[in-house]
Design a protein around this ligand. Sequence first.
Ligand code: ATP
Ligand code: MG
Ligand code: FE
Length: 351
Amino acid sequence: GPVLGLEASCDETAAALLAPDGTILAEAVRSQLAEHTPFGGVVPEIAARAHLAHLPALAAQVMGQAGVRPAELGGIAATAGPGLIGGLIVGASFGKGMAIAHNLPFVAVNHLEGHALTARLPLLRQTGVVEGEVAFPYLLLLLSGGHCQCVAVEGLGRYRRLGSTLDDAVGEAFDKSAKLMGLPWPGGPALEKLAASGDPMRFPLPRPMLGRPGCDFSFSGLKTAVAQLVPKLENEQDRADLAAAFQRVVAVVLADRARNALAMLPDATAMVVAGGVAANQGVRAALAAEAGRAGLPLVAPPIRLCTDNAVMIAWAGIERLRAGLTDGLDHAPRPRWPLAELSAERPRNQP
Ligand code: ATP
Ligand code: MG
Ligand code: FE
C-alpha cells in the first residue's frame, strides 16, 4: 500500500502520501515562517509546539485528498534526525503512534538521506528533469541553511562525505549577509531578487577556498567582507551591486568545490543539488556549467522538493522498505545523525 511520510525536523511541518512505485498521491507543507520571523530565525521551542499543533491535520489532509484509509497503508516513514529534537520527537512519535494503531511497518528516516535520494523520485523522470533513473554513485551537493556538504551517494544507506563547511552553511551565509544588508529573513530569496539589478563586478570580495585542494567550504570571511562594505553603501544601486557580487562569489566558489568533488568520485553518473540554496538561479547556472564540463547532467529537483518536504521522507521510506529495512518502535530520534554513520549501521531490523 501507499507510504505516509512525515517531516518535522526544522521549521516546515509536512506530510506526503506516495504510492509504492513513488508516484506522489498527495503532499502538504506548512511553513512556520510567520511564527519565527519576529525572532529573525528559528526558535526551537516554538517550532516543536507548531509541529504538534499542525502535523496531525496535515497527515489527515493528505490521506483524505488521496482517499486512503490508515489500514490501507504499506508503512509510515518519519524523519528521526538530524534536526531540532523537539520537532523530531513530535514527528517520530506521531508516526510510531500510527504504526502501532494500524500495525504498520515504521521507518525512521535520516533527513539528509531524504535529500540525497530525491533525485531518484519517478516524478523527475516523468517531468523530463532526468532521462532515466539516476543511478549510483552520484555526487550530492547539499546546500541549505543548516547543511553544506559534498556527499558521494554510493547506494541506499551508503554515503561518504567528501567535504563540508568549516564554518557557516551556504544558506546561513546568504541569510547573515542579507541581514547585514537590511533584507528581511530568510535572506536568500530576498538577496537573489536584489542581485538581479546589480553589477557583480563592482565590489571585489574574497573567494574563500577557491583553488584549494579538496571540497571543503568556508563562508565566514565572505560575511566579514560584506559587513565591512555595508556602512559604505549609499543607495539602492550600491546594495544591489553588493548583493550581486556576493551571489557571484558564492556561485564561483561552489562550482570550484563541485569540480574537486567530482574528481574525487570519477565514476559519478550525475551532479545532484538539494537544499534551499539550490533555488538560486546563479548558483544553479554555475553548477550546471561545471557538471557539463565533466560531461554529466546537473539534476536539480523542483524547488519545492529541494527545500524541506515530506515527499522525500516518504520516498526514502519506500526505498528502505523495498530493501527490507524497517525500524523498531524504540528507535530514538537523533539531533545529530551524520549521513556517513548510516553506512556503518547494520541493517536495522532486517529479517
Ligand atoms: P536544513 O538544513 O535542516 O534542511 P533549512 O530549513 O535551513 O534547514 P532549507 O529549507 O532547505 O533548509 O533551505 C533554507 C535556506 O535556503 C535558507 O538559508 C535560505 O536563505 C536559502 N535559500 C532559499 N532560497 C534561496 C535563494 N533563492 N537563493 C539563495 N538562498 C536561498
Ligand atoms: Mg527550512
Ligand atoms: Fe533539509
